[in-house]
Design a protein around this ligand. Sequence first.
Ligand code: NOJ
Length: 456
Amino acid sequence: MLRLSVLPGPPRSRMPEYKFPPAFAWGTGSSAYQTEGGWQSGGRGLSIWDAWSHTPGRVAGGAVADAAADHFGRWRDDVRLLHRMGVPYYRLSLSWARIMPAGVGAVNEDGIRFYSELIDSLLRHGIRPVVTLYHWDLPLPLQLEHDGWLSPRTAAAFVAYASLCFERFGGRVLHWLTLHAPAQHAVNGYARGEHPPGRTVAPTREPYLAAHNMLLAHALAAARLRKMQAARPTDQRALLSLGVHADWREALSGSEADADAAQRSMAFTLGWMAAPLYTGAYPPAMRAALGDALPSFTAEQAALLRNSSDFFALQHYSTLMVSRPNATFPPLPETSFYAAEGVRWHSTRGARKNSLGWDIAPFGLYKLLKHIDETYQPRGGIVITESGFPSRGDDAAPHEATRDTARVCYLKRQSALFHRAMGEGVPVRGYFVWSLLDAAEWEHGFGTRFGLVRVE
Ligand code: NOJ
């Protein structure tokens, strides 16, 4: 496996230069399943993604991430790459199954050692690790024996795993993300069926239950970290958050009906996770549409949630336009997960599509940042912990794959937009490009590339 075309010079452009505060956190990231490989090395257990990708027909081209970008074997090279790039922060995720092969109980010390050495090496190179505890790769036994995220037992198992990680890596890791994009994970696994466990039997109920248990897992893990920190008052206090995914939803027309539709759509995407974190309850629009299909938080859980995040961790990729359903765009069937949202989606006017078919509409990031700031006024500001641009995974355009012109343009445009939001008072504290390396893109296999560094 080769790392190619490291750091091509950006194309010359006449864009103005933007100044960012010296403390602005620039970074890039990766996730364990997508990048590590070494799926049967070092005592690692199996995750739901190993079982899924080894099941014929689940991943494009039958691609498995057994080797992925071989970060497990080549992590020293990868740290050197990060160092050469000069990024001050690196977001990585830990493989729960590498640390606790069964998801509960026995600890795999080889797994702890792997991450320990990686973290130490990053620190030695002046790179601060931002550690995600869970990026969608649930240990397989928790799916088979506990019913995965449909069961609160999985949330309890997560808290035990998180506590172990705080204990073993704490002091060195000062930025934690508990779970990554729970709503997206729940919809893909329990409504769309494109990710494991691939359930589509109760798409109007199970995604809400799965996401609810993940929110509780986050809140309980956050409380555990605070307790551990209170016992060591002289240590530097680590910051913690939950990764929230949100596209921007723009009203299709200037009509009041479409403005309402856009607002509802934001409640169902961003608000589903953000409202519990900042208000302790799901958005009223979701409660009104879903009733008891949406679980509720007790007063104690609500209080834990409201105090759980030290900054807003945002994952953003695209923008869609929405309208109220009408004769031309009738409502969706009631059995669809998306029916309750009560809107119709449209391509963004004038936007081209990227290699994953998403609208290329960077302006949405600016609007989203303003919206988050106005709606939640998150303490600790907003860190864009994940955003990037997919290019084609094949070698039809090798020049493009090494020059990365489209990716560079997209990232420049985005930087200009969050710089503008910052100038208007939105407290954006960091930006992490997804991803360091080309890697396994879930159900798309290796058919698309996000990497700043091309992997062959
Ligand atoms: C979602 C996920 O966080 C990440 O794993 C994935 O590769 C990117 N966004 C692109 O789809």
